[in-house]
Design a protein around this ligand. Structure first.
Ligand SMILES: [Cu+2]
Length: 210
């Protein structure tokens, strides 16, 4: 019993020491971590964990997907709401454009609709590469740079869009999908960087850079 009391007391003393003397981490600003789980298992399947992290300028953060089921997530930084990428989008093509399946699965067909703004054209709905691929768009919103899967990107801070692409759980990449299982960002400048998941936009987090 006495030994336990002493142990607890020493522990409290040590804790007090770190609280009073040790300490440079901002309290309550977020966890210090360089790895963030995009999604998880059980109740954390649609959360970033930790949700808020604090690092110093020049440090990196890596997003991975630890899920046991095949559910992708993204880490997507948008400067304003206009840059939130839809997962699919309509594109206008001439009416005589044919779409032939390029895979052997028999049960596929593109979604095609009339283009009400142009009778010579029709609309085909395709997936949005800017949501699913690793990509950066600069502060002018015009210069688009696609990154390699599992890229390391140096975030300056004024980019209008930085996206991880679909991060899959390790060993669970579907056939034909870009083999993305991580995304690493080096934050070059101080600031608070908000991000969300393009697939589940209620998933969000922040990286606070001192
Ligand atoms: Cu997600």
């Amino acid at each position: 019993m006495i030994a336990n009391v002493i142990t607890v007391s020493v522990g409290l003393l040590a804790l007090t020491y770190f609280v009073i003397v040790g300490v440079s981490y901002p309290v309550g600003a977020g966890t210090v971590s360089n790895t963030i789980n995009a999604g998880g298992n059980g109740a954390s399947w649609d959360k970033f964990t930790p949700q808020n992290v604090t690092i110093n300028a020049g440090e990196s953060v890596t997003w991975i997907n630890p899920m046991q089921v095949l559910e992708p997530h993204t880490a997507t930084f948008v400067k304003d709401k206009e840059m939130i990428p839809p997962l699919v989008a309509p594109f206008s093509v001439p009416n005589n454009t044919e779409f032939k399946p390029a895979i052997s699965a028999p049960n596929v067909e593109p979604t095609i609709m009339p283009d009400n703004t142009n009778p010579n054209n029709k609309l085909v709905i395709t997936d949005n590469l800017r949501a699913s691929a690793p990509v950066v768009i600069d502060n002018t919103k015009t210069n688009v740079t696609y990154l390699q899967p599992n890229s390391k990107y140096s975030f300056v801070g004024d980019e209008s869009y930085v996206n991880s692409g679909w991060i899959f759980p390790m060993g669970q990449i579907p056939p034909g999908a870009p083999p993305i299982t991580s995304f690493t960002v080096t934050f070059e400048n101080p600031g608070t960087y908000y991000y969300l998941c393009a697939i589940h936009p209620w998933m969000s987090g922040t990286v606070m850079v001192n």
